[in-house]
Design a protein around this ligand. Structure first.
Ligand SMILES: *Cc1c(COP(=O)(O)O)cnc(C)c1O
Length: 432
């Protein structure tokens, strides 16, 4: 009935998440409110991890892509599930360290890391720095030398597979700000340079082909391209790359009609492909890393809002305005991402209206969605927007000086604040 299995209707007719009444949560913590289901986060971590254990002999590591949703509590939960973390800035790295994550299992990404960020990563002995370009490589080598250490790296490769669309395309795809191109020889040159740098150790190769991907074929194709490159390096340079990082991008159910593949299936299929290709190419099976972000956090979260104004414009549309909007969820404004919404205190009723859910920002494009199926919503009702666990809080802003909502985790009948609601004092705290 709902996009996520953890959402149900309770005996009061209210929407519940992991068995907890969302109307009560809204009352207790106020709105807007991000609510995360801890057990669902854990379940998703386990399904990825178990699939590596089951189909790839445990020879791999799941690194949660923390840009999807990063706060100390999330880092703690994921770390306790024996997953590593993928970070894309010193701020995310700092959060992971503060949460007690093991830097050995951190992948540090970014297409334009500053010297300060590289130094911070080197000082903390980050297990894998994913080098994006030649300038970064030489700067990193110098920083590692100055620190008297060896920086352990992977290279970000453009495998020439673009899976941002529903049907993936194998193209040159040189036009990306991320990584080294294969077909121009750029990636191969980078490997040669890395092998000549004294303070660099090349651990592996990395690719990330897109996000919200429902197909398995592009992952298999990417694995094959990357393994061929590993074989080329072995044959021509006599160096065997030990690790392959296939990135993230696994699709989730935002709408009822979405039907993502069970997470276990990716590794099952990719594992077959990797075994096959390695045999054909005569290379050792690499240690595999995957970096799911959205698929771990997204389905576990909902956002609760309170309805204010309702505006019926005859023959045009009905606006239902909420006390949040693009400040806490910019994804519709950014790329027309669609969501399912439910009036939490009328969850047992039919969703028999189609409305536009609008935010409170001073911007016409500040919408959560258009033509959204919803129960008849009036002032004071609580609206739950589903599957907002990823790329909502992490993309939130203080536009219009609206304080960011709190994040609450629910777990085994209890709820607790993981990120406090911002105050007006927080809004001015850096103002002189
Ligand atoms: C964004 C990103 C991910 C996670 O992508 P999801 O679609 O959230 O799974 C993983 N790896 C890299 C390098 C990324 O940039």
């Amino acid at each position: 009935m709902f996009v996520s299995d953890n959402l149900t209707v309770n005996e009061k007719g209210n929407l519940a998440i992991a068995g907890q009444d969302t109307v009560e949560l809204a009352k207790k913590y106020g709105t807007p409110l991000y609510v995360m289901d801890e057990q669902l986060v854990r379940k998703h971590c386990r399904s990825f991890k178990n699939s590596i254990d089951k189909f790839y002999g445990g020879n791999g590591l799941v690194c949660y892509a923390s840009k999807a949703f990063c706060c100390k509590e999330m880092c703690r939960i994921v770390t306790s599930e024996k997953c590593g973390l993928d970070v894309v800035s010193a701020g995310e790295l700092y959060t992971a360290i503060k949460a007690g994550a093991d830097c050995e299992n951190i992948c540090f990404h970014g297409n334009n890391k500053t010297d300060e960020e590289l130094r911070f990563a080197v000082e903390n002995n980050v297990g894998r720095i994913i080098v994006d370009n030649i300038s970064e490589l030489s700067r990193l080598n110098a920083i590692a030398e100055a620190n008297g250490v060896t920086a352990r790296i992977m290279f970000r490769i453009k495998p020439g597979i673009d899976a941002h669309t529903h049907n993936f395309v194998k193209t040159g795809q040189i036009d990306s700000k991320f990584g080294f191109a294969l077909e121009t020889g750029e990636a191969f040159e980078a490997v040669k340079i890395a092998l000549s740098h004294k303070n660099i150790m090349l651990r592996g190769l990395h690719c990330h082909i897109g996000s919200q991907i429902f197909d398995i074929a592009p992952f298999e194709a990417a694995a094959e391209v990357m393994l061929k490159f590993i074989a080329k390096i072995k044959n021509e340079l006599g160096f065997e790359v030990k690790e392959l990082n296939l990135g993230g991008g696994f699709g989730i159910k935002y709408l009822n009609e979405h039907d993502p593949v069970p997470y276990e299936t990716y590794m099952e299929k990719v594992s077959v492909k990797v075994h096959q290709s390695c045999k054909e190419l005569g290379i050792t099976l690499p240690f595999i890393l995957i970096e799911p972000g959205r698929s771990i956090a997204g389905p576990a979260g909902i956002t609760l809002y309170t309805v204010g104004a309702r505006k019926e414009i005859p023959n045009i549309r009905t606006y239902v305005s909420i006390d949040g909007g693009m400040g806490d969820n910019p994804r519709y404004a950014l790329y027309k991402s669609e969501y399912e919404a439910i009036v939490a205190n009328k969850a047992s009723q039919e969703r028999d209206e189609k409305v536009t859910i609008a935010g409170k920002c001073c911007e016409s494009g500040d919408l959560i969605g258009e033509g959204m199926k919803l129960q008849h919503a009036e002032a004071g009702d609580i609206i739950a927007v589903c599957a907002t666990g990823a790329y909502n809080y992490s993309m939130s802003s203080n536009y219009n000086r609206i304080p960011k909502p709190a994040v609450v985790f629910v777990n085994e009948g209890k709820s607790s604040v993981a990120v406090k609601r911002e105050t007006y004092e927080d809004i001015v705290r850096n103002d002189i």
